[in-house]
Design a protein around this ligand. Structure first.
Ligand SMILES: C[S@@+](CC[C@H](N)C(=O)[O-])C[C@H]1O[C@@H](n2cnc3c(N)ncnc32)[C@H](O)[C@@H]1O
Length: 269
């Protein structure tokens, strides 16, 4: 393993510090807003009764709850132990583990379907080798990543992340690179996947008011990077102030953000 790859593989142990910090807020205020994305990808993958499904970077396990509703037998992994605690509460019979996506603790060919919702990024491509390994021949993978953010009317909702220190903001930009045209297609093909397809995924965050939005955003990992840089009061103040500009009478705050999906298959032999 190269130095960069081994650093990325070890990094998962510190993820809970940011992503697990406000696990209950994330589970109840942030993750539910992603439901359109989960439903759309499960639909496009044809997730159905009896499928053995693994969700990578499964967060607090809402996507797993929805896959179970389609009859799938689910497993999940996330680096944040406090998010996995919520995921287990929601999905007591599922195989949910704390760990890193670069060394999946499952045997080769264990799953019919692997999903990851904004969990595999430009900075974590080696996870694709692991996804390929744990998929059964003919198995399907579906990944989502941020799409063209600058062309998204709801990009304002992500702006407070920019309060992080400059190297962290640069890293956030590198992560998003997987959404650029051709990048994901080439990467998936390079790891031996076939039938690679790029799709557009519906994604809209809705919140009751600026304070709820700010609290939801503050529960995420990139927000923690900003909070480490400017402090929580300043982060919340900035988030509330910019959301106030988006308030519409009688309607929820709504941020539509471009999300790209990749569908692919592991060859039969
Ligand atoms: C953008 S969130 C997506 C969470 C969830 N899939 C959702 O839809 O809300 C990214 C997730 O990746 C997890 N994560 C970050 N690095 C990881 C790693 N190396 N291995 C496994 N999970 C990781 C975080 O704990 C977090 O839950």
């Amino acid at each position: 393993m190269s130095t960069t790859a081994s650093a990325a593989a070890a990094d998962w142990t510190i993820v809970d510090e940011g992503w697990g910090r406000k696990a209950v807020d994330f589970a109840t205020l942030s993750e539910p807003a992603n439901c359109r994305e989960y439903v759309a990808l499960h639909h496009r993958l044809g997730v159905t009764e009896g499928d053995k499904l693994l969700d990578i970077a499964c967060g607090a396990g809402l996507s797993i709850e929805l896959a179970r509703a389609r009859g799938a037998q689910c497993a999940g992994i996330d680096a944040a132990s406090r998010l996995i605690a919520v995921a287990r509460d929601r999905n007591p019979a599922s195989d949910l583990r704390v760990g890193g996506m670069h060394a999946l603790p499952w045997a080769d060919a264990s799953f019919d379907v692997v999903t990851s919702f904004r969990g595999v990024w430009g900075t974590t491509p080696a996870a694709l080798a692991e996804i390929h390994r744990v998929l059964a021949p003919g198995g399907r993978v579906g990944l989502t990543v941020w799409g063209h953010l600058k062309q998204s009317s709801g990009v304002w909702a992500l702006m407070p992340f920019r309060l992080a220190a400059e190297p962290k903001v640069r890293n956030q930009a590198n992560m998003v690179s997987l959404g650029r045209p051709g990048v994901g297609e080439e990467l998936l093909a390079g790891f031996g996947f076939t039938e690679v397809e790029r799709i557009s995924i519906p994604f809209a965050w809705e919140f009751a008011d600026p304070e709820t939005y700010a609290r939801a955003l503050a529960s995420t990992g990139p927000a923690y990077e900003a909070i480490q840089n400017v402090g929580e009061p300043a982060f919340l103040e900035r988030a509330v102030a910019q959301a106030q500009e988006q308030v519409r009478d009688g309607l929820p705050l709504r941020a539509e953000i471009a999300v790209t999906g990749y569908l692919a298959r592991k060859e039969v032999s």
